[in-house]
Design a protein around this ligand. Sequence first.
Ligand SMILES: NC(=O)c1ccc[n+]([C@@H]2O[C@H](COP(=O)([O-])OP(=O)(O)OC[C@H]3O[C@@H](n4cnc5c(N)ncnc54)[C@H](OP(=O)(O)O)[C@@H]3O)[C@@H](O)[C@H]2O)c1
Length: 254
Amino acid sequence: MDLGLKGKNAIITGSTRGIGRAIAERLASEGMNVAIGARDDEATAAAGKEIAEAHGVKVFAKPCNVKDAEAYKAWLEAAIEDLGGLDVFVPNVSGGGGMDSEKNWWRNFEIDVLHTVRGAETCLPALKESGAGAIVIIGSTNAVETFMGPMAYNAMKAALVTYSKQLSQFVAGKGVRVNTVSPGPIYFEGGAWEMIKGTMPKMYEGVLKQIPAGRMGTPEEVANVVAFLASPAASLVTGVNLVADNGFTKRVQL
Ligand SMILES: NC(=O)c1ccc[n+]([C@@H]2O[C@H](COP(=O)([O-])OP(=O)(O)OC[C@H]3O[C@@H](n4cnc5c(N)ncnc54)[C@H](OP(=O)(O)O)[C@@H]3O)[C@@H](O)[C@H]2O)c1
């Protein structure tokens, strides 16, 4: 199936490793030029070089901390200018989990929510010019079913789903689609679940038991879903929260 992404441009935040990196690789493999970045400048440069060499596309690779509002806006604007326009925006960075203090609430609000909102506001003029603009927000199944405890991460991911739906209505007339992909547990080397497997094996096994297919997902499987929603092949799909969790969640989605 031709997704119709070849020659188009994408920005993916938090894209040197894990799910963000897999999304950048997947979109580049479709022939998209990509802007990637993270806080670590060496990791950003290395990822940029590897993606460009592997897929033969243009890659804008510069470090950026999305928590710094001004630097983040300047990074997005530089990426759009360098790529020569924008068709797809994937806000992927998260402040991560944790339940220890009010600090988590500020961190997840600032990183998960505000980096998505600020990013969308900065990218929307270019996305409207695209004619087939798409925003794909990275959520989590933690937003839709109780997980561990009352974490800021879970509530802020839920805020993103509501924002995503309402933004989708607001910009539909301008040719921009907005969707969320909510992954369940995703296992990869260097990722959170590898760490949990080593440090909290009982918790890891407990979560694994709740996945009827018997395994966690991979970043590449999430990237496949993102690529579809980002593409003109999904031209009818906007305002959805697509749960990609190998059956981890148990609710009925009506
Ligand atoms: N892994 C899972 O099981 C899972 C499940 C559901 C949803 N998700 C969601 O999927 C997304 C990616 O998760 P992941 O597990 O792939 O994360 P990860 O392995 O921790 O990778 C995060 C990426 O973002 C970068 N980053 C972190 N903080 C940043 C900041 N302030 N500014 C710019 N870049 C930053 C990191 O590089 P630097 O450290 O160099 O900045 C790295 O490239 C998140 O939104 C997460 O909530 C993950």
